[in-house]
Design a protein around this ligand. Sequence first.
Ligand SMILES: Cc1cc2nc3c(=O)[nH]c(=O)nc-3n(C[C@H](O)[C@H](O)[C@H](O)COP(=O)(O)OP(=O)(O)OC[C@H]3O[C@@H](n4cnc5c(N)ncnc54)[C@H](O)[C@@H]3O)c2cc1C
Ligand code: SF4
Ligand code: SF4
Length: 1024
Amino acid sequence: MQAGVRRGRDAKICSMTSLPILSRAQVTPIGRARGLDEDGREDLARELANAVEGEVRFDGHNRMLYATDASLYQVEPVGVVIPSSVEDAAAAVRFCSERGLPILPRGGGTSLAGQCTNLAVVIDVSARCRHILEVNAGEKFVRVEPGITVDDLNDAIAGTGLFFAPDPATARHASIGGCIGNNAAGSRSVRYGRTSESVIAIDACLADGTRVEFAAGSARRDARVAEITRRVVALVRKNEALIRERFPKTIRRNAGYGLDMILQQLDKGVAEEDVNLSPLLCGSEGTLAMTLGAKLALHERPKAKALAVLSFATLDDAIEAVIPILATKPSAVELLDDLVVSLARANTEYRKYVELLPAPPGGSGELNAVLYVEYFGASEAEVRERVDALKQACPASPVQVHTNATAMMNAWKLRKAGEPLLHGVPGSRKPITFVEDNAIPVENLATFVKELRKIVESHGTRAAFYAHASVGVLHVRPLIDIHDEADRERMRAIAVATADLARSLGGVMSGEHGDGRVRGPLLERYFGAEMMQAFRELKLIFDPAGLLNPGNVVDVAGDSPRPVASMTQQLRVEPEPGRPAAFGSVETSFDFSDQHGLDGAVEMCNGSGVCRKKQGGTMCPSYMATLDERHSTRGRGNALRLAITGQLKLDTVGEASQPDADVWSDKGTMQTLDLCLSCKACKTECPSNVDISKLKAEYTSQRYRRHGVPIAARIMGQIRTLNKLGAMMPGMANAVNASSLVGGVIRRVLGIDGRRTLPAFSRSLEGMWDGERDAKQSVDRPRVVLFGDCFTMYNESSIGMATKRVMEAFGYRVELANAGCCGRAKISLGLLPEAIDEIDATLEKLQSVIEDDGVVAVLVAEPSCLSAFKDDWLTLKLKTPIVLRAKLAKKSFLPEQFLHAAWEKHPKRPAMKAPAGRVLLHGHCHQKALWGASSSADMLRRVAGDKLTVLDSGCCGMAGSFGYGEKRFDLSMQIGELVLFPAARGMTAKDVLVAPGTSCRHQVHDGVEKKAVHPMVYLAGSLA
Ligand SMILES: Cc1cc2nc3c(=O)[nH]c(=O)nc-3n(C[C@H](O)[C@H](O)[C@H](O)COP(=O)(O)OP(=O)(O)OC[C@H]3O[C@@H](n4cnc5c(N)ncnc54)[C@H](O)[C@@H]3O)c2cc1C
Ligand code: SF4
Ligand code: SF4
């Protein structure tokens, strides 16, 4: 089957080497800087590398990895700097300033309006400028560098009982610098306000590289600040009437520059020298100054919390309830509409959460909208009182109240799934982010929703409404096919009409996510020409040469506002008739039809940056260890998208024997993919289910098809044969491996790092298994089949024997299937045609087991082999019919998973000993991604009870053959050090470390010289 191009040949990701949206004023300085051709860039990169200590990346590949944020846009930057410190960031600003180069400060790059994409030198402070400088619990403030994320900050200061309150949904991966840049706020803004309300002072770097502090009174200490403050205050006074008239009065407002916040200070009688300009930087989208540090106000963590969930028959009913609810002083009121609820009902994972909600009163009792009302309080009594007030405020609505932390977390799950669920809307129209940010006075919210629905429907589409009802911010996402010009025309028309509607109701079109490229063109329509002129004057006070994030918020050329048409220019995805045909159709080994083909699959990443989180879950181990955008799932998704769709200037390896060969052998893309561990975590943890391990395997396979398979990959792919040979004379094979001479040769040929031990061989499991005797002795017992994976067969046959012993103790007859390999090694190495042949052969041998209903389960001790059965085998284009594969997937389990799942049905339940010490479980990454660590933990808990601790250890760092690689050993160890190694080192003699994955056990051995055991070995040892 051909991996079809979505919408035939008309779809293309546009090439962004052209089309900068800079005005004349910004083009001039770039021109002065020797142009932007490759030679000019190389010179610049060299000079910049001398001027800063950090990393300078000006090559085409790395530039393009910074061309996107979480918005619809893509603009190739001039280059990227990753400063080593905030001083280094200031040095980079100075360098750019002296050469007239535009500058784009960047944190997590999670902006939704396109403000973090530009033709500029990107200064990424997220990796190394992330220190906490001072925590003052007494005075409730903290000083931080700009790259630290909100959650990292709050985790670090948890012991103080205080927290930084603004809570954008991206708090795990959004930086403080970015929160200031976007004036971020979240669900609880009704109680704590926006970032601007928590910023006390900003350590800023002006466009010319001068460092200043913006704080109350800093004008008294610093002549430069005094001058800027004097001019800003004069500008505000001059435009006072206009500011009062034009600025929205909503709690959430994030359009233009926050001149109203300066006027508020003057209204309070603050003297000019004491005016604090730091709030003005909030929401300025990196256009006024670069934030190098901030002093932030902290709040006390609530002592008690409650979450009330209310169901409604209609969206209107829900919105009408908001005003009475606000009188009860909630910390958050969040809305989900009928579209999201219906998507949740259709989703296997989220249906249960809808079913748990109370039926709304009246009519058919059908639930069409939900409000989540949260209360924070100093005591449980206070919170209870508020909930009682809520019940009185909404007497007709059934209310479900949660006060237990787990119950609250579970209840929030449906609200938090709102956005990801929308991405699952079937069809080519998707919920697009462009009118998602309106803030409307709550009393007008019902009218806004009614009228906006009419606007959207008049353009032949529909929209979902969800988010922060408490402050009138609704994330409205109309369904639009961004590839289609007619829909893009609809998009522009809906955007203009929505902005007008918001204004007519006293609201604003940018309430939370800012203006950027998508709403910048609407600013003049909203504020009027005079106010825009004031914004331009403000920009020139701070940045006279127009170098900081040029073209955003205002265009200092001063001629005309950016046209509405620009809203749909420089999109990541644009129709392009000239797309090279070679990229359009390619024979793939995986089936990508459920993602609209291979190029649909590489477009799945929406840039939201969840894969840049540093704690919780497994995605993405290489980012967690390196903090490098390039080594995040997003970096890899972007690299693949850009390479496959022909947008990268390719730098290829080998001879190009076919017209599209270069696409598959681009060095930059290969290097970006190289540190992916193929752990599968992104397949399930990424909200858009971007599956890099599958894409990496396909990309590598396409290269091999065109350029041939390297010898090391060929040998590594023969893991079963190699293990089988080793298991024939395990003692001798192990001695040979351990010898420095032969071991050294093996390492050199296979590219294995010298610090790694090679896997040991055991006697073959088949040789130890007496099937005939078993068959005679257990003829009446239910049958289970143990699949003989390569490791259980030849490296650790004790696991197979332990499985047999335990299963027999539970009353089963255990048969061994020595059916061949699952293909895992070949799949991970990208040897896909070879894997397909091998898997079909294995499936043929397993056919009788699959069809025999007397076999109640097929047990696979190694999780990465089971993941092949249950995941890869279902999407590879095998010859074996899919029904057979699906039947096998359904009856296949980890042995301990089966023991727990079929607990009530076992013929026997033997007594088992409780452990003497703790039992620590490190789950394998494939297992965690596909079935959760509970697939081992549930059974272990039956034996170990609360002595079991499930480590939040992500990936061990070994991931099959990944950690053996010479260039990967250090990273592999760094990943191990994140959680697993410290936990293993902390074990006492009585504790046991259980790890189902063979590579994880090997990693523990190499990393901390401790022994980890398979769950079945642990369970066998626990049999009384
Ligand atoms: C799924 C999703 C949900 C979101 N939910 C919310 C939400 O609930 N509330 C909300 O407010 N936003 C939300 N956002 C938008 C965004 O995540 C936040 O505004 C976040 O605070 C941006 O942080 P960042 O580090 O990613 O900033 P970036 O995107 O890196 O930068 C944001 C802006 O600030 C500038 N900037 C960054 N660092 C600096 C610096 N050091 N100095 C000067 N300027 C700088 C950039 O140039 C850019 O203009 C959401 C985004 C997504 C994808
Ligand atoms: S890979 Fe997934 S989690 Fe990462 S940015 Fe893309 S969509 Fe978000
Ligand atoms: S497979 Fe694992 S390592 Fe690779 S991108 Fe996904 S989460 Fe990261």
